[in-house]
Design a protein around this ligand. Structure first.
Ligand code: ADP
Length: 165
């Protein structure tokens, strides 16, 4: 007998995304080739002041991904595994740029596996053209009034969110 089970795979792509860059976008594009739905989740700590407020980071990601049907955007505070459980995601996606990223990320992945064995972590290599781009670079260029457009996904109008004050 053939029994159809649900094979819908939802992944959570968590990060600070302060702000979301074209490098993050490349990771998201790769994740969408593997998973049916990807939830981009802005993780924040209410005790830490970011450059952009969590809600602004969410709005920027929504602007960048408005044309992608299988993407949802949200924010969360607390443990990433709890966000996965609340949102029905069975996989955590993280991008890897350097060996330093790998060393840090593998420790977090192991801790998450201990806490939530039903959730797997998948690392996607930064192999796109923009693997060198980081939120730090974007913030620095913004602060010094440089042109950040090439470091952001198409369609993101960051000026709307950053007044320079
Ligand atoms: P966090 O503070 O949680 O590391 P970031 O917003 O800096 O969050 O990054 C989110 C994820 O995206 C991380 O897995 C990071 O390694 C990955 N990432 C960031 N920039 C790039 C890039 N240019 N190319 C590929 N992956 C990236």
């Amino acid at each position: 007998m053939y029994v159809k089970i649900s094979t819908m795979r939802t992944a959570l792509f968590p990060g600070s995304f302060d702000p979301f860059t074209i490098g993050h976008y490349e990771v998201l594009e790769s994740a969408l080739k593997i998973f049916d739905k990807v939830i981009v989740a802005v993780g924040y700590n209410s005790a830490k002041k970011g450059f952009f407020a969590p809600q602004t980071r969410v709005e920027i990601i929504k602007q960048a991904t408005a044309h992608l049907p299988n993407v949802e955007v949200c924010s969360y505070s607390g443990l990433t595994i709890d966000a996965c459980r609340n949102l029905g995601a069975s996989v955590i996606v993280r991008g890897l740029r350097t060996t330093a990223d790998f060393e840090m990320e593998s420790v977090i992945a192991q801790a998450n596996t201990k806490l939530a064995p039903e959730i797997s972590t998948v690392f996607l290599p930064a192999c796109g053209e923009y693997s060198f781009v980081s939120s730090t670079i974007v913030r620095d260029v913004l602060i010094h009034k440089g042109d950040v457009s090439q470091f952001l996904p198409k369609g993101v109008q960051i000026e709307k969110f950053y007044t320079g004050e």
